[in-house]
Design a protein around this ligand. Structure first.
Ligand code: PLP
Length: 388
């Protein structure tokens, strides 16, 4: 297998590959030392000189983190908020839109549970756009469903439970043509494949740090298109998001950081910036090519294993590979493999209920590869699976 990436170097940068065969990158990828070191270093500085003082000393690098993330998704640093998860980023937009009963939301069949739970929690009317024959969101159906009552198109780019990559740019074109805000859940795509906010034409984008971006846990970010900033009323604010200008008055920050809170894990924020730098340095196109190659090799092996049925959707599946195996309970397999140093994961109905119910599935094994994985790891997993 050829790759334009220096895989040996990528693996040398990744301390965890010496301990585990890590095929759970859609859960939380192994961070490289380029991410780990600044996080640990900052924690140490906090202990040595004080938390506020360490943050002050790191100010320039903290500021640079916004630029690094902005480069990754092609936007302005002022359009980025760094928060603690993809869900929090997504929630800030959804709850901030202050939708009213009667407003309509269009979403995908593979929407992530936390997003759908927020729809239910807010008591909103949600219409699910059907999928096409490939399993991706049917763009023609979306076009037919767009009307003046639609206040939001909220779609998951890459779902948690399979290889699907939804046609984000085609969805963005339609949403823009109708002037409807488009919120893209890019949690599983950022860091894995090119996600260009301008090319996609989304207005808002939520992502996490710990998955394909290889950042620390407890980090995420939100992109808010500058022209849409004033349309979102932050669901809650503090003295970082706004300035208390008079006893009865306040002013929101002029940029996307109005969706952040004052207190933050500064070390993790620095780690997130480092993770974006690290991904940018490898080049996201090269990362994506390698991920597809590895996932292709894995799928080829899987179809040759007795009892295995691939459960991925979409014409060009990504690095999240899902399957069932006759007689194998996914959760038990995950636990058994973990004891042997092989990390995979499972996905069940509660994560993506609509899609799973429609396909009559209850639970899947989820194996997610990243560019630093190699063929020997895939082989090791498949040899073990044959014995299950
Ligand atoms: C598609 C999708 N969206 C959102 C999330 C939530 O991300 P976070 O845990 O960072 O809030 C996940 C997590 O697995 C996901 O798969």
């Amino acid at each position: 297998m050829s790759s334009s990436l220096d895989i040996e170097r990528a693996r040398a940068d990744t301390p965890g590959v010496r301990n585990v065969t890590h095929l759970n990158n859609a859960g939380a990828a192994l961070p490289p030392r380029q991410v780990l070191d600044p996080v640990l270093e900052h924690l140490r500085r906090e202990a040595e000189i004080g938390g506020y003082e360490a943050a002050h000393a790191a100010q320039e690098r903290l500021e640079a983190a916004y630029g690094s993330i902005a480069r990754l998704v092609n936007c302005d640093p002022g359009e980025i908020a760094i928060v603690d998860s993809a869900t929090r980023a997504w929630d800030m937009v959804f709850y901030g839109l202050r939708l009213a009963p009667g407003d309509r939301i269009l979403t995908s069949e593979v929407e992530y549970a936390s997003n759908y739970l927020a729809f239910l929690h807010a008591g909103m009317r949600v219409d699910v756009v059907p999928s096409d024959a490939h399993g991706q969101l049917d763009v023609d159906a979306l076009e037919r469903m767009l009307d003046e009552r639609v206040r939001l198109v909220a779609v998951t780019h890459v779902p948690t439970n399979g290889g699907l990559v939804n046609p984000a740019a085609a969805i963005g074109r339609l949403a823009r043509a109708h002037g409807i805000p488009f919120l893209l859940d890019a949690c599983q795509s950022v860091g894995q494949l090119p996600v260009d906010a301008q090319a996609i034409g989304c207005d808002f984008l939520s992502a996490t740090g710990r998955k394909f971006l290889r950042g620390p846990r407890g980090t995420g970010f939100l992109y808010v298109r500058r022209e849409r900033l004033e349309e979102i009323d932050p669901p809650f604010i503090d003295l970082h998001a706004a300035r208390w200008t008079a006893r009865d008055a306040y002013e929101l920050r002029p940029d996307a950081r109005r969706f952040e809170g004052w207190e933050a894990n500064v070390a993790a924020k620095l780690g997130l910036g480092a993770a974006a730098d690290y991904a940018n340095a490898w080049g996201i196109e090269a990362i994506w090519a390698r991920v597809r190659e590895l996932a292709g090799a894995l799928r080829t092996q899987l179809v040759g294993i007795d009892g295995v049925v691939l459960r991925d959707l979409g014409p060009e599946p990504c690095g999240i590979v899902t399957f069932t195996k006759a007689g194998v309970e996914p959760r038990e397999l995950v636990l058994a493999l973990r004891r042997e140093g092989i990390n995979v994961w499972f996905s069940d109905t509660a994560s993506t209920r609509i899609d799973m119910e429609q396909r009559g599935l209850e639970s899947l094994v989820r194996v997610s590869v990243h560019y630093y994985n190699d063929l020997s790891e895939i082989e090791r997993f498949c040899v073990r699976l044959r014995r299950s």
